[in-house]
Design a protein around this ligand. Structure first.
Ligand code: ZN
Length: 393
C-alpha cells in the first residue's frame, strides 16, 4: 500500500511541478514508443543506452532545462512497469495523457520534519515543498511519487507495508453480500451504505455539465467549469475511499473469519456490452447495475479487506456466489421463486421470510465456514484467497 500525504506547493512552485509532470510524461511516452517499435532482429535499446540517448537529447533542446533526475527516473519507472507487465502482475504500460496521469518520481527524497503536523520535501529544481503529516511518515522513504489530481490537488506517496491492525480474537465469523441497494449487507443483518452524492450535489453536477456542453472548447470559462466538476467528483471519491477504509478496519477488528462473494467485478463490468459477434442482452439495465457496482467500489473494498486481514491473522474466504440469493438459509431449498422481489426472500418450502441480502449473506457465511471446516486456510492468504465450489446444488 502507499502512504499518501497532501502537498501544499507555494504558488510560484506549481509551475515547476507541472513542468516535471510534463517532462516525465514526455519521456515515458518516448520510451513506450521505442518499446512498441520492437521487431525481431532489431532490439530496443537497453537502460544504459537509453539513458545515454536521454542525456544527448537534453543537450540543446528544451528537455535540458528540466530536471535530469526526474527524466531519468521516468525511464526507470517505465522499465519497472514493463517488467511488471512481463511478470504478469500488471497491465501493459499505456500512454500517459496530459491532465489524466500527472505525476513524477523523485529518488532518495529528503524529508524534513518541521513539527508534528508539517514537513518539507525537497523536489529537484523546485525547492522545499510543504507537506501535511496526517500520519507518521514511514521510515526510510526512498522513492516518492508526486501526483496531481484533476481537482488540482498535489500529493506525495511512499510505498510502505500495510500497518498491523491490533486486535484480540473474537471467535466470530461473518458473511458479506455485495449489493446495489446497500453496498454491503452482513449476515448479522447490518446494511452498510457507501456515501452517495447528495441531491444538492447531483443537481450542481448536472448544472455544471450542462454549462460545460455550452461552453467553447479551449476557453478559460470552460476550464473553470471543468475544474469545478473535478472538485465535486474528487470529494465524492474521497468520501467513498474513507468509507471503505473505515468499514474494512472495523470488520477485520470484529471478526476472525470473513466470507465474501467471489464476484469477478471486472468481468461483470466488461461483459454487459458483449462483442460484435455475441452482443449482450439487457445492455441498458446491466449498464445501470454496473455503474452502481463500480460506484460502490466493491473490488476496492475486497482488496483492502484482504490487505488488512493478512496483517493480523484474520481469514478471508471467497466463496462461489452461485445460488446464494435463491438458497434458503434455514431449510436449504433452492429455487428461483424463493426470491419474491429484489428486497424480500420467501422460501417456498418452509415459509422462511427474510431480507434477501441478509439471507444471501447468511449463505455466504455458511459456505465460508464449510471451507475452513474442510481444512481450508486457518490464516489469511492475502489477496489470492481460497476459492470454493458452488454453495448449493
Ligand atoms: Zn426454507
Amino acid at each position: 500500500m502507499a502512504h499518501r500525504y497532501r502537498l501544499y506547493p507555494a504558488p510560484d512552485q506549481r509551475g515547476g511541478l507541472v513542468r516535471h509532470c510534463c517532462d516525465a510524461r514526455y519521456v515515458w511516452n518516448l520510451a513506450l514508443e521505442q518499446a512498441n517499435c520492437y521487431r525481431p532482429g532489431r532490439p530496443t535499446p537497453g537502460p544504459a543506452e537509453r539513458s545515454r540517448q536521454l542525456a544527448e537529447a537534453r543537450r540543446g533542446t528544451w528537455l535540458g532545462e528540466g530536471s535530469s533526475s526526474v527524466q531519468q527516473q521516468a525511464l526507470r519507472d517505465f522499465d519497472q512497469a514493463l517488467g511488471n507487465w512481463w511478470g504478469g502482475t500488471h497491465r501493459r504500460p499505456r500512454w500517459r495523457k496530459a491532465g489524466l496521469d500527472e505525476g513524477f518520481c523523485v529518488r532518495d527524497v529528503k524529508v524534513e520534519r518541521l513539527n508534528r503536523r508539517w514537513a518539507t520535501l525537497v523536489v529537484p529544481k523546485v525547492g522545499t515543498v510543504r507537506c501535511r503529516l496526517t500520519r507518521p511518515m514511514p521510515a526510510g522513504h526512498g522513492m516518492a511519487r508526486v501526483t496531481a489530481d484533476r481537482a488540482g490537488r498535489w500529493h506525495v506517496s511512499f510505498s510502505a507495508p500495510q500497518p498491523v491492525i491490533e486486535r484480540t480474537p473474537t471467535g466470530r465469523a461473518v458473511g458479506l453480500d455485495a449489493g446495489v441497494v446497500a453496498t454491503v449487507t452482513t449476515s448479522g443483518g447490518e446494511h452498510l451504505h457507501a456515501p452517495d452524492v447528495s441531491t444538492a450535489e447531483a443537481g450542481r453536477l448536472r448544472r455544471l455539465q450542462r454549462r460545460l456542453a455550452r461552453q467553447q472548447k479551449g476557453s478559460m470559462r470552460r476550464d473553470r467549469t471543468k475544474a469545478a466538476i473535478a472538485r465535486l467528483k474528487a470529494r465524492e471519491a474521497d468520501r467513498r475511499r474513507d468509507f471503505i477504509e473505515q468499514t474494512t478496519t472495523s470488520l477485520v477488528r470484529d471478526f476472525d473469519l470473513i466470507a465474501v462473494e467471489d464476484l469477478n467485478v471486472k468481468a461483470m463490468i466488461r461483459s454487459a456490452r458483449g462483442t460484435r459477434d455475441a452482443p449482450g442482452v439487457n445492455v441498458a439495465a446491466k449498464r445501470g447495475l454496473n455503474r452502481a457496482i463500480s460506484a460502490q467500489g466493491w473490488s476496492m473494498l475486497r482488496r483492502r479487506l484482504s490487505d488488512k486481514a493478512a496483517t493480523c491473522g484474520v481469514t478471508v474466504v471467497a466463496v462461489n456466489p452461485a445460488h446464494t440469493s435463491q438458497h434458503c438459509a434455514v431449510c436449504g431449498h433452492t429455487c428461483a421463486e424463493n426470491r419474491k422481489n429484489q428486497a424480500v426472500f420467501g422460501c417456498r418450502a418452509c415459509g422462511h421470510v427474510a431480507n434477501a441480502d441478509v439471507n444471501a449473506a447468511t449463505n455466504i457465511l455458511a459456505a465460508g465456514l464449510a471451507v475452513t471446516a474442510r481444512g481450508g486456510t486457518s490464516r489469511s492468504r492475502g489477496p489470492d484467497e481460497t476459492r470454493t465450489r458452488p454453495v448449493a446444488a
